[in-house]
Design a protein around this ligand. Structure first.
Ligand code: ATP
Length: 885
């Protein structure tokens, strides 16, 4: 349809919508049901549970097991055996494993989907005459979309109202400049990029505001037509997941080689080929750490869910990992470090004595150049605006009265780059007036006159320096200062020429307002510093205001420096990198400076978190290692560019997220440490026995049982461990440090050997003292029990690098649960006769159990000893460093 060639009214009529009220709620619901969601890619319908179950079998290890089951079945059949216990058990274990896999996967997926919903883009539409915020996917044809700066446009629409509406549609038309939108009609043959009365889905509002009727949604939009070409799917796999996937493969290959060696050795020793085959396959299954990437996904998903309860929505999974290594947090001031509850506490002019008439004039001008409006008796608007309107009201001036008297005929909106705004008013006598309010230092330069009583006099350097002093005094007292000026015009001026409007003005006065710091921020700053993270304030406010507040919060300390946007512009990248090292406050900066600041810190190896809310902050949010958008005050564009969203706009929340990030990384390490040391334990048990020329200490199904049933639960439980108390007392993890850094690789080997040796010891004791010669059943049962129970106990060692005596060892109830389930299953398999027969074990007596318990508990004192030794080494290292210093 050529909507651009039709009158707005006609568009409304043919789409069955009211331009003033939008669709009714029922109608919108009906249309959504009929035409479907406003989505580009029809999201892949969730694979059914059965499909997901079978997908689990598409795995090398499972294939190997199925082959083993088939071989076992074939051999039993050839031997004329009637029972196929081994094959049945293998298949049962495979099914159990697949079920576990499905449960884990769907839990992780649900968590990820819930989060995706939370961070899905929003749209503002008129429904039944009410302004309503809805998920963008619920927009239907006929909806009246309310377009505001920084909002995404989520459907193609015909513009019906434009107040300086400018959009950026490069994603669709390739046009890189802002496109100004109009409401007039365009000829039929107008090309897509020139239809200025249409807005396109996938673009966003750069400036101004307006309304448009949605004419196409989902795949019917212009971007929908090219969507298949774009099909850009973001890579959601985190670096850690990738790396672990690779590590898993390498370790798996190693395990396969060892299994092949064991198989060959067995054959050389003239063991039966079939039993050697089964042993090697089972060992391969036990040793290949196939669960590694899955565990990481689960731990990340659980962590993200935990964070969402603490006001942080993660948009990109890798951010969770990066958070743990954040070393610089650059934060906006207003609203993030402070409460954004402005209140005017001081009015100032350069005059000598208190001048009530002048005060009234200042307040009147602040009310004229003001975007607040009244809703049910209350003033509504941006906090700075509201503070000024409230101050005027306290001075007896109602903004609606002055605005009625001198109606607004145009405006140049406020922007963080220009740091001022201007409104145009008709004076009633045919003349005009522009009122400009903004940052004092910027206005001083643009005023050449000031008031002396009713007379306009030259704003000479004397008067300017007096005004500057007043501004400085207020700023040093942590006040945010806004100045106001006006200019008279005989003819209506053209507001599109900003520079020729906001100059040669008459300076009138200033207002200073407090914006108290958020009470929790000082504590969060302290925590950051303890954790080796440098908090940095980035603000559009005056340097002195910024420094005063940063000092109150502990961000700015003796020896730190403050750089202003003006100074920053003059520095080269290298100079900025050097200067940034000591700087904790960047004042009077514009959004475009933020990218340079991020890059300067990144150059020296820092991992940077950066906050932002406006459209212009998007590049900095993307450039930062962790872009944090504001959930409340942030634009949709900023949210789209960010890695995470702070739902309460609070600095303390970022620090909490870093703490969680560190905890999640620790938990991944714990789970990997546990899984790998257990797997190595299993390999060592079989391999060493083979080298000693012993009989095999564990039968294939026993190995499978240990690996698939008692290993995975504790690993997941470790992933849910609470964040360790001292995790914010260590410096941030280095960007290039690997998961196995800090001696983890060595520990895994040593502990794996310990577990293997304990199982072998149990086997030897059982065989020598409790079995008849040539019989191994008690020895195997004891080795089987020690191998699995020692792992279950060893899982508690993972909980901290400190002694277990110094933490609450049973705090993680999941781990306690996994431990108890594991013990019950293990003891059950041994002590319940039918199961014991199936697993080829013999129920143990009291002495045998006591020996098993004693051996299985040994990992506790052994690892305590290891930790003690590590602590001693660490202390010695620190001492040495101290001596060198
Ligand atoms: P940040 O949120 O990044 O900490 P900020 O919100 O304090 O910074 P801006 O909003 O860019 O920074 O404000 C910069 C300066 O512009 C303020 O110090 C003030 O003097 C002036 N200013 C702020 N809001 C307005 C407004 N609505 N109208 C006119 N001037 C304003």
């Amino acid at each position: 349809m050529d909507w651009w060639n039709k009158e707005s009214k006609e568009v409304g009529q043919s789409l069955g919508t009211s331009l003033g009220n939008g669709l009714s709620l029922e109608e919108a619901k009906k249309r959504l049901m009929e035409n479907g969601k406003n989505l580009l890619h029809q999201e892949g319908t969730n694979a059914g549970i059965v499909r997901r179950f079978f997908a689990q079998f598409n795995d090398f290890m499972i294939m190997l097991l199925l082959v083993a089951a088939a071989v076992s079945f074939g051999v039993s059949y050839l031997n004329g055996e009637k029972e196929f216990i081994d094959s049945i058990i293998i298949i049962a274990i495979v099914v159990l494993n697949a079920l576990l896999g499905v449960i884990q996967e769907s839990k992780a997926q649900k968590a990820l989907e819930a989060l995706k919903k939370m961070s899905a883009p929003k749209a503002v539409v008129l429904r039944g005459g009410m302004r309503t915020e809805i998920p963008a996917e619920d927009v239907v044809v006929g909806d009246i979309m309310l377009l505001e700066t920084g909002g995404y446009i989520c459907a193609d629409g015909r513009v019906i109202e434009s107040r300086g509406l400018k959009t950026e549609e490069s994603a669709i038309t390739g046009e890189s400049l802002a496109v100004e939108k109009e409401t007039c009609i365009f000829p039929k043959e107008t090309a897509l990029g020139d239809r200025k009365n249409m807005v396109l889905s996938g673009s966003f509002v750069l400036g101004g505001s307006g309304r448009a009727v949605a004419v196409a949604t989902g795949m019917d939009t212009e971007i929908g037509r090219i969507a298949n070409l774009l099909a850009e799917q973001e890579d959601q796999e985190t670096p850690l997941q990738k790396k672990l996937g690779e590590t898993g493969k390498t370790l798996g290959m190693g395990a396969l080689v060892i299994c092949a060696v064991i198989f060959a050795m067995g054959l050389l020793r003239q063991e039966p080929a079939f039993s050697m085959f089964m042993t090697s396959v089972s060992l391969a299954v036990a040793a290949i750490p196939e669960g590694l990437p899955a565990i990481v996904t689960i731990v990340l998903a659980i962590g993200m869910q935990r964070m969402s309860k603490k006001n942080t929505i993660i948009r990109r999974l890798p951010a969770v990992e990066t958070l743990g290594s954040a070393s610089v947090i650059c934060s906006d001031k207003t609203g993030t470090l402070t409460q954004n509850k402005m209140k005017v506490v001081k009015l100032a002019d350069y005059g000598k004595k208190k001048d009530d008439e002048k005060r009234q004039l200042i307040l009147t001008l602040f009310s004229l150049c003001n975007d607040c409006h009244r809703e049910k008796e209350k003033l509504v608007g941006e906090p700075t605006e509201r503070a000024l309107a409230e101050a005027a009201e306290e001075g007896g001036i109602a903004i609606e009265d002055v605005q009625q008297e001198m109606p607004r005929e145009g405006e140049i909106p406020f922007s963080s780059e220009r740091k001022m705004m201007t409104t145009l008013h008709a004076m009633g006598d045919g003349t005009w007036m522009t009122v400009t309010k903004g940052a004092p230092d910027i206005l001083f330069e643009r005023c050449d006159k000031c008031l002396d009583g009713h007379n306009q006099v030259h704003f000479d350097s004397n008067k300017k320096s007096k005004a500057r002093m007043q501004n400085g005094e207020m700023a040093a007292g942590a006040l945010r200062v806004v100045a106001v000026a006006f200019r008279e015009w005989k003819k209506k001026p053209d507001l599109s020429k900003e520079d020729s409007i906001e100059c040669d003005m008459v300076f009138v006065g200033m207002a200073g307002m407090i914006d108290p710091p958020r009470p929790e921020v000082a504590g969060a700053v302290l925590l950051c510093k303890k954790a080796g993270i440098r908090p940095v304030m980035i603000t559009g406010d005056h340097a002195l205001t910024a420094q005063a507040i940063a000092t109150q919060l502990g961000i700015y300390e003796k020896g730190d420096t403050c750089i202003t946007g003006q100074e920053l512009s003059k520095l080269s990248d290298e100079e900025l990198e050097k200067a940034a090292a000591h700087c904790t406050v960047f004042a009077r900066v514009a959004p475009e400076h933020k990218v340079r600041i991020v890059k300067a810190y990144q150059k020296d190896g820092s991992v940077v978190a950066m906050t932002g809310d406006g459209v212009n902050d998007a590049p900095a949010l993307k450039a930062a290692d962790i872009g944090c958008a504001m959930g409340k005050s942030g634009t949709e564009v900023a949210k789209g560019a960010a890695d995470m969203i702070l739902t309460d706009d609070n600095f303390a929340t970022i620090v909490e997220a870093v703490r969680e990030g560190r905890g999640i990384y620790d938990n991944i390490r714990k789970a990997v440490h546990f899984l790998l040391s257990s797997n190595i334990g299993e390999i060592i048990t079989i391999f060493a026995a083979m080298c000693f020329g012993w009989a095999t200490p564990l039968l294939p199904i026993q190995l499978l049982w240990v690996n698939l049933v008692t290993d995975s639960l504790p690993a997941i439980a470790l992933g849910m461990d609470p964040v360790e108390g001292d995790c914010m007392e260590r410096p941030p993890r280095q960007r290039e440090s690997t998961l196995f850094g800090g001696g983890l690789g060595g520990k895994i080997m040593v502990e794996g050997m310990m577990i293997g040796m304990l199982a072998l010891l149990a086997f030897a004791i059982g065989h020598i003292y409790f079995d008849d010669e040539k019989m191994y059943v008690t020895g195997r049962t004891m080795a089987f029990a020690v191998l699995s129970i020692s792992q279950l106990i060893h899982a508690f060692n993972m909980r901290s690098e400190h002694s277990l005596l110094s933490i609450r060892p049973f705090e993680n109830t999941w781990l306690v649960g996994a431990f108890l389930i594991g013990i019950v299953l293990q003891v059950g398999v041994i002590m319940i006769q039918p199961l014991a027969t199936v697993f080829k074990v013999a129920p143990l007596g009291i002495w045998e159990w006591l020996i098993v318990a004693g051996l299985a508990c040994l990992p506790l004192p052994i690892v305590e000893l290891e930790k003690w030794k590590d602590r001693k080494l660490e202390r010695r290292r620190q001492k040495k460093e101290y001596v060198i210093l």
